[in-house]
Design a protein around this ligand. Structure first.
Ligand code: NIG
Ligand code: FE
Length: 409
């Protein structure tokens, strides 16, 4: 028998491995052996080969380990803030009213266009740091506050720069079709000509985006227009995602499924037909309780239908200055349970295993042999506590690609 050799061995740890569809797939009194940047061994500590050798051993003191968290839907790179719109909404204005009056996304667009790359990095980094401090090891960041090639590119480059400067893996998504820029007012098809002829080709050639997203809604782009952008993205080899059925049923879920989208996100107004189409296509449902909460929505996403048809549910922060100024993915676990009635197991799967799938990533999201050694350790007595608590930060350590990033014990 060959001797097991590890670079790092975590012991006296309980593991919520999330490695199968049934809940936490927990291993109590576990050990986790890491070689290089991968998990090389995981199981009950009592089964660890006695001859196992390790360069470094960390006694986790009975803490819980989960996969590093994955925030699969954010608009984290932007300039300015929209606190005044929060006040307007408190006085009765709706998100759509504010958008029609030239506020909303347009106001962030103005601020983001004029910000330098350095200013965008400086404003975005603290937001990223907050998410990382709570165990996030992979995050998706969308563009969508430029609506011209230079600014969209600037946002995506800032996201790539944050990846180089911070301890996190960043996936980027081009969301050029988020809103209509002022120079194309009343000419949305002409804007999409520009997106399809210029933006998508140059973004694809520069490899600055990993996917393409569209906001399909009455206040944004129609299903026919969305179809056009998706066809162009696919021609350039980019997978697609969709802001679908957030404020009205645009049959966005069906459209996402038709293009084998990685995910359809929001889904408050999606019908059972849409859910079936997603199940058939393998499209992940990304639910965003932060936006639902902020906009005081009352219509729930079709949770029962998603369960019944076996559509995997991911949960994300939707971090953005308008509908979800949220800097805690852990808080989204609580909101997913409280507002959407997910179980704590489903919620945790939503920010690990299913979030990885929503980004098309097969190498992370569970604690199992061969996966990236991206692990968060928590000061909790059971994994339910992650969803149960509101506020506070129980993340005690983060290991990313096999390296201990931070440890507070
Ligand atoms: O995911 N739905 C559209 N886009 C964002 C909001 C962007 C904004 O208001 O700045 C969302 O909710
Ligand atoms: Fe969003």
């Amino acid at each position: 028998m060959t001797t097991a050799r590890f670079d790092l061995l975590l012991d006296d740890v309980h593991a919520a491995t999330m490695s199968d569809a049934s809940g936490y797939a927990a291993i109590r009194d576990a050990a986790i052996g890491i070689r290089g940047d991968r998990i090389a061994w995981i199981g009950p500590a009592s089964e660890l080969p006695r001859t196992a050798l390790t360069t470094r051993r960390v006694d986790c003191g009975g803490r819980w380990a989960t996969p590093g968290l994955i925030d699969c839907h954010t608009h984290l790179v932007y300039a300015g803030n929209r606190a005044e719109e929060f006040e307007q909404r408190l006085q009765g204005a709706s998100y759509a009213d504010i958008a029609r009056a030239g506020g909303g996304i347009q106001s962030t667009l103005r601020a983001t266009r004029t910000a330098t790359q350095d200013a965008l990095v400086a404003q975005s980094k603290p937001r990223l740091a907050a998410l990382i401090s709570e165990g996030v090891t992979t995050i998706e960041i969308k563009s969508g506050y430029g609506q011209d090639t230079a600014t969209e590119l600037k946002q995506l480059k800032v996201a790539r720069r944050l990846a180089a400067e911070c301890e996190v893996d960043i996936r980027t998504t081009l969301l050029a079709a988020h809103a209509l820029p002022p120079e194309f007012a009343e000419r949305s098809d002409a804007y999409l000509d520009y997106v399809c002829r210029e933006m998508i080709p140059s973004i694809a050639a520069g490899r600055v985006a990993d996917a393409v997203d569209v906001f399909c809604e009455t206040i944004a782009f129609s299903p026919a227009q969305t179809r056009r952008v998706f066809a162009c993205a696919r021609e350039h080899g980019l997978p697609v995602k969709l802001h679908a059925d957030q404020l009205s049923d645009q049959h966005g879920a069906e459209l996402a499924a038709e293009f084998q989208a990685l995910s359809a996100d929001h889904l408050e107004h999606t019908s059972e037909r849409g859910v079936k189409a997603m199940a058939h296509a393998g499209t992940i449902a990304v639910l965003l309780p932060g936006g639902f909460y902020t906009l005081r929505e009352s219509r729930l996403p079709p949770i029962e239908a998603l369960r019944a048809h076996g559509v995997p549910i991911a949960i994300a922060s939707d971090c953005n200055p308008g509908t979800s100024p949220v800097l805690s993915l852990v808080m989204m676990l609580n909101m997913a349970c409280t507002l959407f009635r997910l179980t704590p197991e489903e919620a945790l799967a939503g920010v690990t295993r299913h979030a990885a799938r929503a980004l098309g990533l097969a190498d992370r999201g569970t604690l199992s042999i061969g996966q990236r050694a991206d692990i968060a350790l928590w000061d909790i007595d059971s994994p339910v506590e992650l969803a149960y608590r509101v506020g506070g930060n129980s993340c005690a350590a983060v290991i990313r690609l096999g390296a201990v990033q931070r440890m507070s014990f």
